[in-house]
Design a protein around this ligand. Structure first.
Ligand SMILES: NC(=O)C1=CN([C@@H]2O[C@H](COP(=O)(O)OP(=O)(O)OC[C@H]3O[C@@H](n4cnc5c(N)ncnc54)[C@H](O)[C@@H]3O)[C@@H](O)[C@H]2O)C=CC1
Ligand SMILES: O=C(O)C(=O)Cc1ccc(O)cc1
Length: 301
């Protein structure tokens, strides 16, 4: 039974969890800490958590569940910062976009403690304490990656927590998570960063035309490519092997398409585009597309 949640890192994810608890789980009390004093002030002003603390130690006092919502590369340091104050029976979790490295980092910082890593597959290109909104997790997946020896009661408690916030929970091995997310999230972001970077390297006159005429495709890429640089630097460095593995396959497929275009092989292009069109239709049929019309584009506060 979770009565008090401590949130470490009060940006998009941490703030959204605080707001979602206030809306969907009012019986749970909240405290939070962020290492940036400006973020703490903004969190107080928006009421992201009931108690914005001056130290991580103070935030985790009496907590049943501590959720780390900091960039993946900062997880270990953030966990060490409250290690001595963590209550005996508390569960420690996180929201990091990669799971094997975070699981290892938390285990190193908090030996012998109950750690249930998690990844709500929900977010936007925005970051910071002004970006959070209470419906972020509604009808989105939250993947838990507990170790093989994890306490099943703790897994159940974290699962019930995310269900309360509106998410659909799935349990997965951390290595599998990292491979799947490399292809569904990390590489798509890498492609967006690359294509927008390529466009911005063009000659001045062409670049202004790219902006002026940017239609659907490029416009969508610019949204993704506006995502937080620290967060994404850490994702690629932490999920290195899965990203490199999937990137290898992607490059091979791209080379095959390059060859098809050069040789005028329309059948290969048509076959691929037919297959990918069918996948998009399946995504929509299975309700995985986000039907919030302004999702990720407007102010959600
Ligand atoms: N942005 C997104 O769409 C999604 C992000 N995630 C994951 O969530 C985590 C947080 O991402 P966002 O909320 O988007 O980032 P954010 O940049 O909005 O917030 C992170 C906050 O952590 C604070 N912080 C950094 N080091 C700290 C430390 N040692 N102690 C306390 N606070 C510290 C920063 O000051 C910042 O306010 C990342 O691990 C990311 O991979 C997961 C799903 C979606
Ligand atoms: O803004 C988008 O399109 C996203 O893909 C958000 C996102 C970013 C990182 C995650 O780990 C999960 C979701």
């Amino acid at each position: 039974m979770i009565r008090k949640v401590a949130i470490i890192g009060l940006g998009l994810l941490g703030g959204s969890i605080g707001l979602a608890i206030r809306e969907h789980a009012a019986g749970i009390s909240t405290a939070g800490y962020d290492s940036d004093a400006g973020v703490r002030d903004a969190a107080k002003a928006r009421g992201l958590v009931a108690n914005v603390c001056e130290t991580a130690d103070e935030a985790v006092r009496a907590a049943d569940l501590v959720i780390l919502c900091v960039p993946v590369g900062a997880m270990e340091e953030a966990a060490r910062s409250f290690a001595d104050a963590l209550p005996g029976g508390a569960i420690v979790s996180d929201v990091g976009s990669s799971k094997q490295s975070v699981g290892n980092a938390l285990a190193a910082a908090l030996p012998g403690r109950t750690i249930i890593p998690a990844h709500p597959v929900a977010g936007t290109e925005q970051s910071g304490p002004e970006a959070g909104f209470s419906s972020l997790f509604t009808n989105r997946w939250c993947i838990l990656t507990p170790g093989a020896d994890a306490d099943p009661h703790a897994v159940e408690a974290v699962s019930a927590f995310w269900t309360k916030l509106g998410a659909n929970v799935e349990i997965m091995d951390a290595e599998h998570h990292d491979l799947v997310l490399a292809v569904t999230s990390h590489i798509p972001h890498l492609i967006a960063f690359t294509i927008v970077g390529t466009a911005s390297d063009l000659e001045e006159v062409t670049r202004s035309e790219v902006i002026k005429y940017s239609a659907g495709g490029f416009r969508d890429f610019t949204r993704i490519a506006a995502s937080d640089p620290v967060m994404w630097r850490d994702v690629f460095l932490s999920n290195k092997s899965a990203v490199l593995e999937m990137l290898g396959r992607f490059s091979e497929d791209l080379t095959a398409l390059q060859r098809a275009i050069r040789s005028g092989d329309g059948d290969t292009l048509h076959d691929l585009f037919s297959r990918t069109r069918a996948i998009r239709r399946q995504v929509i049929e299975e309700g995985q597309d986000d039907d919030r019309p302004d999702f990720g584009r407007e102010d959600h506060s």
